[in-house]
Ligand binder design. Structure first.
Ligand code: ARG
Length: 567
């Protein structure tokens, strides 16, 4: 399909002899439709061309012409307003959707590689709502990049390393028989950890044994290694339950432990480049020159490496293994300093191509409204509990609305999860966010269930006809009323929306777009009857309805939301 912005930019670029890439950046979508579909603010060129915006507008207008895509060009107070040929747009769009179906908007492989590091919970600790945003933002970006043709590698950088495992091993040695880990693995492991930790505070000898266990673990001692594997397996089993429910996938589970034997190389590279200084026995990289007042610790005085060292080893590894163009870290803003530091140190480890591709996709906090869940479980709310509670609330609502509905459990699951996913993803990354069931589960609000509800409505309209008409046989002119055109323009913008989503690493852009499409369709549906005597009009509106269903379903799947057929 034609890209209007690009096409318009090229016309203007030719007229003024300026790079069309630059022009493209200036093209806007006017706030009101009576100002055209696209506008070019000529003042952007006033400096370069040394002319007034009005004069520039007049000059460009002289030199460019309308074509089959652009129906009208107007100049108005220093702006050029472009009106597209709606019928042509409708024709292109509908034929494209017919040809591509659920692959509408998808791109061919583009040869670029993106590594996305997300979710990354800590082993033997609860998977709590603090991990919800990284899991969902990361997973949605993963799906969207893939859809746009990137070679995408999803990494779960598990927190599976550290001295706490020395303690866990000791706890297991001492009290393993008392705990049935299989039954409720994470809670039991947390209990064991709290207990041994308290004991360590009282008993130096126990603490010493824990340290020894960790040392043995580092040396790959069989007993310690097996136990550690066991803790890891138990944790992953729990995590996988949630990943399955949320449809979250990874290509690699290389967590911190994987890098434990790869940190020596990091240290020696930094040493060889003279970047390491000693400070109270520790090895650090001073970052003062880069404007970061806290140095990056590479090795503690006792010789052990830290979280940052393993992240540096991971950068080196990912550059070599994946040869990435971008490497994203979807991690809460609490770690802003950490990423600033390691990205700075990465300049000494990898080529420019790689360190320039590193990006921290930082996000704010999630809060539950005070109430049942937050008080019942203390401040740690497990994702699993949140999901289950939401699904049961969704089931209540659905049962009230539609007592006859079949497969209520399946629908409740899809609706409940959609409400969590949408609520999580519709907030821009940098804002904190509140999770509130009344808001998230409102079928009429700006929510996941509202998008599903709109989709279900398209389905029920389509059920009333025998078949979807052929796009090439439609009379496009009957779809040029305001309500229809609004829907169709929004469908046309699908690809652009996905591109903006990955450009800014903001699934909120896609989430809001899907609300807009839903609202446009609801508006269309209120203004226009779909089933009519006039077959020509009916066919066109049926096809529009079909097209809306495709975009809602495909777009939602990229957020991680599944569509019920009825609700
Ligand atoms: N495990 C860490 C945490 O829960 C997050 C890890 C993020 N990824 C990374 N490469 N540092 O805080």
């Amino acid at each position: 399909m034609i890209n209007y912005t690009k096409q318009i930019a090229e016309k203007i670029a030719k007229a003024v002899e300026i790079e069309s890439k630059e022009i493209e950046n200036y093209i806007e979508i006017p706030p009101q439709s009576d100002m055209g579909d696209f506008a070019f603010p000529c003042f952007k060129l006033a400096k370069t061309l040394r002319k007034s915006p009005v004069a520039i507008a007049a000059e460009i207008k002289e030199k460019i012409e309308t074509d089959e895509y652009i129906a009208k060009i107007e100049e108005k107070s220093g702006y050029l307003n472009f009106y597209i040929n709606n019928e042509k747009m409708v024709e292109e769009l509908l034929k494209e959707i017919e040809a591509k179906k659920e692959n509408y908007g998808k791109c061919e492989e583009n040869g670029k590689t993106v590594v996305i590091d997300y979710s990354s919970p800590n082993i033997a600790k609860p998977f709590h709502i603090g991990h919800l945003r990284t899991t969902l933002i990361g997973s949605s970006l993963y799906k969207t990049y893939k859809y746009l043709g990137y070679n995408t590698i999803g990494v779960n950088h598990l927190g599976d390393y550290g001295t706490q495992f020395g303690k866990m091993i000791e706890a297991y040695k001492m009290w393993g028989k008392e705990y049935n880990l299989e039954e409720d693995p994470i809670n039991k492991m947390v209990e064991m950890y709290v207990r041994i930790n308290n004991l360590c505070k009282e008993d130096e000898e126990v603490l010493e044994r824990c340290r020894e266990n960790f040392r043995l673990l580092e040396e790959n001692d069989e007993y310690c290694r097996n136990l550690w594997e066991h803790f890891k397996d138990l944790s992953l089993k729990e995590f996988n339950k949630i990943y399955d429910m949320l449809d979250v996938k990874f290509d690699s589970l290389n967590g911190e432990a994987f890098y434990a034997d790869k940190t020596d190389e990091v240290i020696s590279i930094l040493e060889a480049k003279g970047k390491i200084t000693e400070s109270d026995g520790a090895k650090i990289v001073d970052l003062e020159d880069a404007g970061i007042s806290t140095p990056c610790i590479i090795q503690k005085a006792n010789g052990s490496t830290i979280y940052a060292t393993r992240d540096l080893a991971a950068i080196l590894y990912r550059a070599r293994t994946y040869d990435f163009d971008k490497c994203l870290y979807v991690v809460a803003y609490e770690q802003n300093l950490h990423f600033k530091q390691i990205f700075e140190v990465a300049k000494y480890l990898v080529d420019e191509k790689y360190y320039k591709g590193l990006k921290h996709v930082s996000y704010g906090m999630v809060q539950l409204p005070t109430g049942k869940m937050s008080t019942r479980l203390g401040n740690v709310v497990k994702i699993e509990d949140l999901i289950n509670e939401t699904i049961s609330k969704a089931k209540e609502i659905i049962t009230n609305k539609n007592p006859e509905l079949e497969d209520k459990d399946d629908v409740a699951k899809k609706v409940g999860i959609a409400s969590i996913v949408f609520n999580t993803l519709s907030t821009t990354n940098n804002k904190d966010q509140i999770f509130d069931w009344n808001t998230a589960l409102n079928f009429q609000g700006e929510t996941g269930p509202y998008i599903q509800y709109t989709y279900v409505r398209t389905k029920s309209v389509l059920e009333k006809v025998d078949e979807i008409p052929q796009a090439s046989e439609l009379d496009y002119s009957v779809l040029t009323d305001e309500a229809s055109i609004k829907v169709l323009k929004s469908l046309y913008a699908f690809r652009e929306t996905l591109e903006a989503t990955v450009e800014r690493n903001e699934p909120a852009i896609l989430a809001r777009y899907l609300i807009e499409v839903s609202q446009n369709y609801s508006n269309f549906y209120n203004e226009n009857k779909v089933l009519l005597e006039d077959k020509k009009v009916q066919d066109a509106r049926i096809f529009l309805t079909y097209a809306v269903g495709i975009v809602l379903k495909t777009g939602s799947s990229l957020l991680g939301i599944k569509m019920p057929n009825k609700m």
